[in-house]
Design a protein around this ligand. Structure first.
Ligand code: ASP
Length: 439
């Protein structure tokens, strides 16, 4: 049995948190490969080490040195090493790191050093080997993860190590320079290592006890989701649920390795299990798994009689949008109607009116109408496929609350019902769906 454990920024924030991590790892001998984030916030007002490192880079560009911001990094790590009474010459490591940041003149290199330093400290605290992510994780010339190369490297580098600590968040680009994932990317590193060692479980340790059914700022008593399939996770994280990086699922998915979201500060909590559908335990089945959403979409509503029988109509509309380099979120359609749903941020500075005029020219519609300030809310649950009446229940509950549904989209997977409501109804809509199904 092998577990790969990734610990996030709050779990690395100070010596105390790191000691909790040590206890967790030592309580289970199968926790062999550990991936760490950079130290995060110790309290609300604190700054994440990664953010300070980006400031180091900005300072370097402006002044030729990063002394001022690096002193914050130095202070944090010196204190951690002193509090943990570790036998590392941390000042020498920090001197070298500061020098390399100045020489590299790269924002990615600077940002990556938080994870690097965290991993040095954790490997000393645990007595585990240190394996640098830069020696395993490789990006291609388009900046995408080179999955096969990386997987082979992980296998060969980790072979011969009984246990090890690996820094999260970065690898190397095709020219050999350090490159980071997008923010929160240590989750992806953990998943890559889990795939490479064919782990039985990928534990992702954070500061919450798993995914909640919906945003606790809207429903404070929102329950933890016990179990979630890979597909449900994709739907929820695409729609804004943010406990795990949205790309972290792909490496483990290849080996069908489950992910367990766990809380470092409440390790006894079961957390959320994210499993391939064949491992899903039907005993935990519920109609709704989660509700997530995002505000600020624009719907371009197009109506044309007999649109249905006009060959190429949808393609023509979509190629107008493509021509502007814009991503389409959803395209719900009726017999004579088509709605194109786009994130409003992409339509600023006159782009929206240009798109509408080109659509008019291209397909000669009877009517085009733009609806702005729309929120999309996804109600996700593979349990919906086997039961009738879920949509009816949602729509009845919303009607009773006087919430006007502006758009509906249900994919054929029956995993997800997406509805569009006015931004002003967003919170009320989520709370209403929650109260209808969970309680
Ligand atoms: N430290 C990086 C960030 O703050 C990456 C991570 O924690 O996953 O985004």
């Amino acid at each position: 049995m092998i577990k790969v454990c990734k610990f996030g920024g709050t779990s690395m924030a100070d010596a105390n948190a790191m000691l909790k991590v040590k206890q967790i790892i030592e309580s289970d001998k199968t926790r062999k490969f550990i991936v760490v984030s950079a130290p995060g916030k110790r309290n609300k007002a604190d700054i994440k080490i990664t953010d300070v490192l980006y400031s180091c880079y900005d300072e370097l560009l402006k002044t030729g040195s990063c002394e001022k911001n690096f002193s914050i990094i130095r202070e944090r790590f010196v204190k951690i090493v002193e509090d943990l009474k570790l036998n590392i010459d941390i000042n020498a490591v920090l001197d070298q790191t500061e020098k390399e940041i100045c020489e590299s003149k790269s924002a990615d290199f600077a940002a990556s050093r938080g994870e690097y330093l965290s991993a040095i400290v954790m490997s000393s605290l645990l007595g585990y080997d240190f394996i640098d992510a830069a020696s395993m994780i490789r990006f291609d010339s388009d900046g995408n993860l080179n999955e096969d190369y990386t997987n082979d490297k992980v296998k060969s580098k980790i072979k011969g190590h009984d246990n090890a600590v690996v820094p999260g968040f970065y690898g190397k680009d095709s020219s050999g320079n350090v490159k980071t994932f997008s923010r929160g990317g240590s989750d992806i590193t953990g998943s890559i290592i889990a795939r490479g060692v064919k782990a039985d479980l990928y534990e992702n340790w954070t500061d919450v006890s798993g995914f909640l059914v919906c945003d606790p700022r809207i429903v404070p008593e929102a329950k933890v989701i016990k179990q979630l399939t890979y597909k449900e996770l994709r739907e929820l994280s695409y729609m804004g649920a943010s406990v795990l990086h949205s790309e972290a699922i792909f490496p483990v998915m290849r080996e069908r390795i489950p992910i367990n979201i766990k809380n470092t500060f409440k390790p006894e909590d079961a957390g959320t299990m994210i499993v391939p559908s064949e491992m899903y335990n039907p005993a935990d089945d519920s109609v709704i798994t989660g509700i997530a959403g995002k505000k600020n979409f624009t719907v371009i509503f197009i109506e044309k009689s007999l649109m249905n029988s006009e060959v190429g109509f949808i393609r023509k509309v979509l190629s107008v949008v493509e021509h502007f380099g814009i991503c389409v979120e959803h395209v719900p359609s009726g017999i004579d109607t088509l709605s194109v749903v786009i994130e409003s941020g992409q339509l600023e500075n006159g782009v929206l009116s240009d798109i509408v005029s080109e659509i008019r020219e291209s397909v000669n519609p009877d009517y085009v109408h733009v609806i702005e300030n729309i929120s999309l809310i996804a109600t996700v649950g593979h349990g919906m496929a086997r039961r009738s009446g879920t949509a009816a229940k949602i729509f009845t509950a919303l009607a009773e609350k006087g919430i006007n549904i502006r758009m509906i989209d249900q994919g054929s997977s029956e995993l997800n019902i997406i509805i569009g409501v006015a931004n002003s109804d967003y919170e009320n809509c989520i709370a209403t769906i929650y109260n209808t199904f969970i309680k």
